[in-house]
Design a protein around this ligand. Structure first.
Ligand code: ASP
Length: 602
């Protein structure tokens, strides 16, 4: 299969079945070792490593690490006892008859050799260096494996979707703004100075228009662009497996999404039992302090608001008091509890109140402030035991629960419960339709100008019970939307869409988007809805995140071939970079649109 002008086989294809035959391989010199008259070269290609034995010193003369060479030789058994487990083809070697240098290499800025990496002798350089020389970083087998995994997962997803009657449609990347709650990246339009395209935050509106256009089941591996502040593990451009279906409701999309996820995991050897569990958004917040709960472990938050309703402790006289149990936490030293305080402060909390259950007593800073009855009942209220500790949060409900949610996960992390090879999926369902635009727990850009903004996006359908009244009580209105969560990470989400322009108008009104603004921004969608729009719904899976979860890595940068660094820069190409004065003039970035153009866009 791998036979080309340069080679007959790839390293991993050379098996014992080929012993005695002549093969030609091509690849990098992973490592060279000289033992007197004999030279050993580990040859590396995308498939693995194989040992080359050179017994005529002349053949290997001048050959150094990372040279690209072509080797012709005879496949042989390795001498007994010398089987090398590091190599893909550990039991065999190639007796070199001819070596051709295809390309020389300078000393690399860092070592990519597998064997050193496996021995832990080859610590990786900082990420900046890895990204500057990404093409070298990609040579590392760990990266090769992840790219291959990504490709195999995409194939499985596509096959699953084809089986389910989907077709792949590409949508443009130079469009008008689509609001997903982030800022747009924009591209100047040279031919209309002062006018700009926006890069899509997702194909949301376009996929909805495909439904109006008669495509009943659409998907796309879509590139999305969101100009957000740089936070851990966000990329300004990323990939979504984007899907949309007509004539379906929430249950249909969930069933379809589960099959896709099942088939993706299957491609990597996991049999994920379906149907996947579900949790209501409110329960996720109450029990796990997160709308993306990590269900690899238990330890639900305990609501103590009632328990402390008459408390003398001022701090606990709050809208909400909650706790999370730290099994065995009583053995922590004072210093470790102090560390927890700074850990909480780094996450914006004032501190982290705690109590300790030890020798039948309740101790710790909280103990002396609460009443005798509270002290006596606390252990039972939090279902603790002697030897445990408990952390508290008190204040506004959502913020306190979110802090406890972080504590819960951090405790699990410290207890080694976050096994990256265990996958705990759940759908989160029954989301509110709106959230307060000034919500301190949310960093999305409000889509309109009212006190309400969309929880998902403005095209999300209110749930059936709320269709007639969501605008009278936006704070309680619920939506038909759903997220898919795995191991405490939001892997994707979607919703049933509004397909009627009257409902869409009312949603815009709640969001504080005037008719004129709605028309200017989304007129094309609203117009389309006037020409017969089928009911439709869909979802998208964050593809980078999905692959990172499968690969068991924390950073999506580790599963993207050429990601941006933390700062948003690309250390390899130097982007973003200033443009020349001539480019400024040509692209019209400094131009103000004239009235006729501006009017045309109204
Ligand atoms: N467009 C949505 C997003 O990017 C997903 C969806 O509703 O299909 O979050």
């Amino acid at each position: 299969m791998s036979r080309t002008e340069y080679k007959t086989h790839s390293a991993s294809e050379v098996t014992e079945a080929l012993i005695g035959t002549t093969v030609t391989l091509a690849g990098w010199v992973d490592r060279r070792r000289d033992h007197g008259e004999m030279t050993f070269i580990d040859l590396r290609d995308h498939s693995g490593l194989i040992q080359i034995v050179v017994d005529q010193p002349k053949l290997a003369e001048g050959i150094k690490s990372e040279y690209v060479i072509q080797v012709t030789g005879t496949v042989a058994h390795r001498p007994n006892g010398e089987v090398n487990d590091h190599l893909a083809s550990g039991a065999i070697e190639i007796d070199a008859k001819k070596i051709t240098v295809l390309s020389q290499a300078r000393t690399l800025p860092f070592q990519v050799s597998t064997i050193l990496e496996n021995n832990g002798d080859n610590p990786l350089p900082g990420e900046d260096v890895r990204l500057k020389y990404r093409y070298l970083d990609l040579r590392r087998p760990a990266m090769q494996k992840r790219l291959k995994m990504r490709s195999d997962m995409a194939r499985a997803a596509r096959e699953s979707l084809y089986q389910q009657g989907f077709e792949e449609v590409e949508t443009p990347t130079m469009i008008k703004s689509t609001p997903e709650g982030a800022r747009d990246f924009v591209v100047p339009a040279r031919l209309q100075p002062g006018c700009w395209y926006a890069l899509p935050q997702s194909p949301q509106l376009l996929k909805q228009l495909l439904m109006v256009g008669g495509v009943e089941r659409y998907f796309q591996m879509a590139r999305c662009y969101r100009d957000e502040d740089f936070r851990a593990d966000r990329q300004p451009e990323f990939t979504q497996l984007d899907m949309e279906m007509s004539y379906v409701g929430q249950e249909d999309v969930i069933a379809m999404g589960e099959k896709v996820i099942h088939d993706i995991w299957k491609s990597q050897g996991y049999d994920i039992p379906t149907p996947l569990p579900r949790i209501n958004w409110q329960d996720a917040m109450d029990w796990y302090g997160s709308d993306k709960p990590d269900l690899r472990f238990g330890n639900k938050l305990v609501d103590l608001t009632d328990f402390f309703k008459d408390t003398p402790f001022r701090i606990f006289q709050a809208d909400y008091v909650g706790a999370v149990l730290y099994k065995g936490g009583a053995s922590l030293h004072r210093r470790q509890f102090d560390d927890w305080q700074s850990w909480a402060r780094q996450r914006g909390a004032k501190g982290l109140a705690y109590a300790i259950f030890k020798d039948g007593e309740v101790t710790g800073p909280v103990a002396k402030h609460i009443s005798d009855a509270e002290r006596a009942g606390l252990k039972e209220a939090v279902k603790g035991e002697d030897g445990d500790a408990v952390f508290f949060a008190a204040g506004p409900r959502e913020g306190s629960q979110m802090l406890l949610g972080l504590v819960r996960r951090e405790i699990a992390r410290r207890q080694g419960l976050l096994d990256p090879h265990k996958f705990a999926f759940t759908w989160v369902v029954n989301f509110p339709l709106f959230r307060r635009a000034d919500d301190p727990n949310d960093d999305h850009v409000a889509v309109g100008h009212s006190q309400w903004t969309s929880m998902h996006h403005p095209f999300t359908m209110p749930s059936k019970d709320w269709i007639d009244k969501f605008d009278q009580d936006p704070g309680h209105a619920m939506s038909d939307s759903y997220d898919i969560v795995c191991n405490g990470l939001e892997m994707g989400g979607g919703s049933v869409r509004i397909h009627r322009d009257d409902i869409q108008d009312r949603v815009f009104k709640v969001l504080g988007i005037s008719q004129e603004e709605a028309h200017r921004k989304f007129g094309f969608l609203l117009d389309a809805f006037k020409f017969g729009a089928p009911p439709h719904a869909g979802m998208a899976i964050g593809w980078d995140r999905c692959v990172a979860i499968m690969a068991g890595v924390d950073s999506i940068r580790d599963v993207i071939a050429f990601p941006k660094a933390h700062s948003g820069e690309d250390p390899m190409t130097g982007a973003p970079a200033p443009i020349t004065a001539q480019q400024r003039r040509e692209t019209g970035v400094d131009a103000t649109p004239d009235h006729t153009q501006a009017d045309r866009h109204q």
